[in-house]
Ligand binder design. Sequence first.
Ligand SMILES: *Cc1c(COP(=O)(O)O)cnc(C)c1O
Length: 379
Amino acid sequence: MNQVIQPVPPLDLTRQYATIERDVSAAVMQVLASGQYINGPVVESFSEQFGQYVGSKECIVCNSGTDALYLALRALNIGPGDQVITSPFTFIATAEAISAVGATPVFIDIELETFNFDPSKIAAAITPQTKAIMPVHIFGQPVDMDAVMAVAQQHHLPVIEDCAQATGARWQDQKVGSIGRIGCFSFFPTKNLGGCGDGGALTTDDPEIAATARLLRDHGSKVRYQHEAIGINSRLDAVQAAILQIKLQYLEQWNAQRQAVADRYQQLLSPITGVRPPVATVGGHSVWNQYSILIEGVTAEQRDRLRTQMQAQGISTMVYYPVPLHRQPVYEDLGYQPGSLPNTEQAAEQVLALPMFPELTDEQQNRVVYALKDALTAL
Ligand SMILES: *Cc1c(COP(=O)(O)O)cnc(C)c1O
């Protein structure tokens, strides 16, 4: 009789939900019964708890990580004619927020070891139009914030941290999101702290930025029906706040489980020639939102063939990001030529994200690595 092979998904949210189902259901029911669905005590208390968790004086919760980035840029009065230095190897939302306020993203190349933008390349990208630096802690791995803050301070530029994939990650003793002027977080379901829908937050120690972000989030209004600025409507639902409040209690534990999975991957993968596991920056503590490796020397076609072969053995992998932002059709006008950001382009061809979530079992991990080895020999 044939044994049924259970597929390994890239991410399994159902297993985690099963462990907290009772608490989450009760909290959601309570919100539903309360009749208070927008703002109110649950949103307030979650906002306070999340700010404390990050280590920032102020926390403004909102509808998404994208909105958090947009609000951060608006709160710093960044707009048309301004430039913001960021990474080309990230989800579109990072640059999209910059473009949405009318400013222009300026992309600098990444480091292949961490997939983060290379802080040593910031200074050369600064022009009189530069108004902010936006590091992205990609895949949960913190950017070298000592290096970023040093160049930012030298040039008197504010730093907006895109922490969407890095909730709980630390640089030295500080959580990401509390180091730059503003931190932006996403509670999209696949992030380390994910709700059952959209959500986001902005953290800062600066009371003025916090006040402006709050104003812009609420239609530019502090006093009802008095509007001081053109804002947006970006609230966190009370139902989401109730769910996130419960999940926040488990975040450290889940991140520790991700670390154990990453350590085990590192052990299993390091003997394999042609595979480069991610390298943690000294001083950084990743929270492993993704576990992305580099397959050395392959073309994008070969990498994709590898994926197909692994899929045939039930192993789902992902590619973040197949097209870097400087090569996106929407940014064609910026004029980046092929080869202009070589590490980024190499990463886009050779990167492969292996299944990563706190509940991934040893047995599943063994099968992932076995399938990868198999597919590599067949290349
Ligand atoms: C997910 C993500 C965002 C956007 O967050 P949403 O909540 O989906 O709007 C921004 N930046 C990065 C790096 C992300 O991964």
